[in-house]
Design a binder for this molecule. Structure first.
Ligand code: UD1
Ligand code: CA
Length: 482
């Protein structure tokens, strides 16, 4: 692009059809707000400045935009008097800074998350090359209802955009619509905006009336038809939100497959926009990879797994797992049916097995918690094996306490570690141990007393029950065979 580019993103409208406490443009699609997607596309085009027009719930929308694009200029539109009014306020925000927009001004909406940077770039470049006062990114729709129609004259030149409510029967039959994305010569726009009037069906200042003004002044106007109209589709309600989400997901999943990821069932695989997958990752059916999750090469995820903000090492295997803010080492194995809570880290070749819940737990290389356990607020050293059914009792009813298990320890089945407690390197515990005191390195902890068998107990205390009968039959057999 040759000249200076200013992009104005309109995000002041209320979005009432969403019927939501949350402002429309803040609703997420693929883990990112709708306006976040638009801003990402806009930033890729590298404009001189980005101006966002905010109004409804601007106390939420403004800070969100600033967090994503710290140097975006926020223009406040207190009352929404139309797209022309919104753009005027954006231009005023620029001039208030002592600057004058030059070159091209591009207008986009904050509720079109599928818009791609490449489309914007091509549109702006074509606008500049044709030296137009106004360019319209238009589209052809089977059902153009609700959109502004592109009116062309006998030579096919664009004469005007007429809004649905102001259109004649004949004009409503036109299928070429204004997507809402417009490009302007900055000088023309600055001059035209104060001349817009609101004597129309909606009583609004239509940005689209600039087309007519340009034609009156004998300036060039043109429309560039976009093939993929979905890109400019605004989300107005939750039905469109879901449909847009599906299209976005399809795009993301397709891109990862092209990058060398095997996705067995794209229809049941959901990947957020900011997830990173490396080559030869395999994703099995029913997987959600969310937030900023990163999966390294050769890892196999799924089936039926949700990972949010997790890091999965190369060659790791994660089966039927729900995880959040967990880091899984190279070659490690997780699940089936594991619940990884924030602060879980598992070393190289480690294992968090079946029906295991972990939280704020650092497990070393080769450490294993294979079955039916809760590991909370704990450190488990490398090569240590935690017996089946072990509970790290981290909560004394008042405070959370930490358990430290050293390296190459072997703890028995069905243990309880009452925190705070430390089990030394190379130590062991017997089955059923309740560890309340520290275990020195190399020691074996045994907490239960010697086993006592009360002979023939079932026969006297449970007489007449199947239990007693079974015991009697067995004892009979034993006595006979004696
Ligand atoms: C607008 C276009 C129409 C086009 C359609 C595409 C105008 C007059 N009409 O119509 O030609 O086919 O978009 O979707 O431009 N906004 C503000 N401040 C305002 C008014 C709107 O920020 O005062 C924002 C809204 O939040 C929204 C966008 O501008 O993101 C479009 O506004 P909306 O009222 O939805 O315009 P449409 O009537 O759909
Ligand atoms: Ca709209």
């Amino acid at each position: 692009m040759s000249g200076e580019l200013t992009v104005i993103v309109l995000a002041a409208g209320g979005g009432t059809r969403m019927r939501s406490k949350t402002m429309k443009v803040l609703h997420p699609v693929a883990g990112r707000s709708m306006v976040g997607h638009v801003l990402a596309a806009v930033q890729e085009v590298q404009p001189r400045r980005i101006v966002a027009v905010v109004g409804h719930q601007r106390d939420q929308v403004g800070p969100h935009i600033h967090e994503l694009v710290p140097d975006a200029l926020l223009a406040v539109q207190e009352e929404q008097h139309g797209t022309g009014h919104a753009v005027r306020i954006a231009i005023e925000a620029v001039t208030a800074q002592g600057e004058t927009p030059e070159g091209t001004v591009l207008v986009a909406y904050g509720d079109t998350p599928l818009l791609e940077a490449e489309s914007l770039r091509r549109f702006a470049a074509e606008h500049e090359a044709a030296q137009r006062a106004v360019s319209i990114l238009s589209g052809r729709l089977d059902d153009p209802h609700g959109y502004g129609r592109v009116i062309r004259n006998g030579e096919g030149e664009v004469e005007a955009i007429v809004e649905e409510k102001d259109a004649t029967e004949e004009q409503r039959a036109i299928h070429e619509i204004n997507s809402g994305i417009l490009a302007f010569d900055a000088t023309f726009l600055v001059d035209a905006l104060p001349r817009l009037r609101n004597d129309n069906a909606k009583g609004e200042y239509y940005l689209t009336d600039t087309v007519h003004l340009a034609r009156e002044a004998g300036l060039h106007v043109g429309a560039h038809e976009i093939d993929d109209v979905l890109q400019t589709e605004g989300v107005n309600d939750r039905v469109q939100l879901a449909r847009t989400g599906r299209v976005m997901n399809d795009r993301i999943v397709t891109r990862w497959m092209q990058e060398g990821v095997t996705v067995m069932d794209p229809a049941t695989t959901w990947i957020d926009a900011d997830v990173v997958l490396r080559a030869d990752v395999t994703v099995l059916p029913g997987v959600q990879l969310l937030g900023t999750t990163v999966v390294d090469e050769d890892a196999v995820i799924g089936p039926d797994t949700t990972l949010k903000d997790c890091e999965i090492g190369a060659g790791a295997r994660v089966i039927r797992t729900h995880g959040e803010l967990a880091v899984i080492g190279t070659g490690a194995s997780v699940g089936p049916f594991a619940y990884l809570r924030p602060g879980t880290t598992l070393g190289t070749d480690g294992k968090i097995g079946t029906f295991v819940e972990t939280k704020n737990a650092q497990l070393g290389d080769g450490a294993k918690v294979p079955h039916l356990s809760y590991v909370g607020d704990a450190e488990v050293g490398e090569g240590t094996n935690i017996g089946a059914g072990t509970i790290f009792a981290n909560y004394d009813g008042v405070e959370k306490n930490r358990t430290v298990v050293g390296r190459h320890a072997k703890t028995g089945a069905n243990n309880t570690f009452v925190a705070p407690v430390t089990i030394g390197d190379g130590a062991g515990t017997a089955g059923g141990t309740v560890v309340r005191r520290n275990v020195p390195p190399g020691a074996l902890a045994v907490s239960g007393g010697p086993q006592r068998n009360l002979e023939r107990w079932a026969l006297s205390k449970r007489a007449g029950t199947p239990q007693a009968d079974a015991a009697a039959a067995a004892l009979d057999g034993v006595e006979q065979s004696d």
